[in-house]
Ligand binder design. Structure first.
Ligand SMILES: Cc1cc2nc3c(=O)[nH]c(=O)nc-3n(C[C@H](O)[C@H](O)[C@H](O)COP(=O)(O)O)c2cc1C
Length: 212
């Protein structure tokens, strides 16, 4: 009897799973948070319009509300808006990528396009958020990932675009480029872990996810 009941329960569950659409697809448009998560995409084209101080304050507040292991908040956040510094960061990235291309290294992703005229590793965004992590904290990469998602989602909720930019991390970590870090004043023991391009989107990216 017990076995029959168990089989019935399994069959009922399987049938109800097949009947129901996954709830996540049904809620689009009904819940602002879910809508924001489902419609966020990486933006790789930006307008020249600068993000306002109030928008930035909101995004940074959302970042700082991220949970972290033992509430250690193992991150430091800097906002780079200075066009000259942005240009210099891009220049350093491009010079390494071009040297690699010239020496026959097969590059992938952004680096493969670095020789193109007008190339920008952060897609011409007017802001680059630079995140550093506490190297002594074994959870700092996880903490930084959660913090980053808060940045991506809050920016999206404000009508802004973002793109996580990992490609430029080695540029910041290269000892030859220590001068790029000086104006950012990260604390000792912190190193750059991720950067995020931020600005007004100049493209409308649709989801490329195939759920079912
Ligand atoms: C840690 C990390 C590093 C990334 N680095 C880059 C990058 O250097 N350049 C870039 O254009 N996109 C970068 N991306 C964006 C991914 O390519 C993108 O999130 C992925 O293709 C999924 O697309 P979606 O963000 O539109 O959903 C990065 C994403 C993550 C999470």
């Amino acid at each position: 009897m017990k076995q029959i009941l168990l089989i019935l329960a399994v069959v009922t569950t399987l049938v109800s799973c097949q009947d129901k659409k996954p709830e996540v697809l049904d809620t689009a448009g009904k819940n602002a948070t879910i809508e924001t998560i489902l419609t966020r995409r990486s933006i790789r084209k930006y307008t020249d319009q600068q993000v306002t101080k109030s928008q930035l304050d909101t995004i940074l507040k959302c970042a700082l509300y991220a949970p972290s292991a033992l509430n250690k908040q193992s991150w430091e956040i800097r906002v780079v808006k200075n066009p000259k510094l942005l240009e210099e960061i891009n220049k350093r990235y491009v010079s390494v990528a071009r040297a690699q291309l010239a020496s026959g290294v097969e590059l992938k992703g952004s680096a493969a396009r670095a020789a193109n005229p007008g190339f920008s590793v952060f897609h011409g965004a007017p802001i680059l958020i630079v995140l550093a992590q506490d190297t002594a904290n074994s959870y700092s990469s996880v903490d930084m990932g959660i913090l980053s998602e808060n940045i991506l989602l809050s920016a999206k909720a404000l009508g802004l675009g973002t793109c996580p930019i990992g490609s430029v991390v080695p540029t910041f970590r290269d000892p030859k480029n220590v001068d790029l870090l000086e104006p950012l004043h990260f604390s000792d023991g912190y190193r750059v872990g991720l950067t995020i391009a931020l600005g007004y989107p100049a493209e409308d990216q649709k989801s490329q996810r195939a759920f079912f």
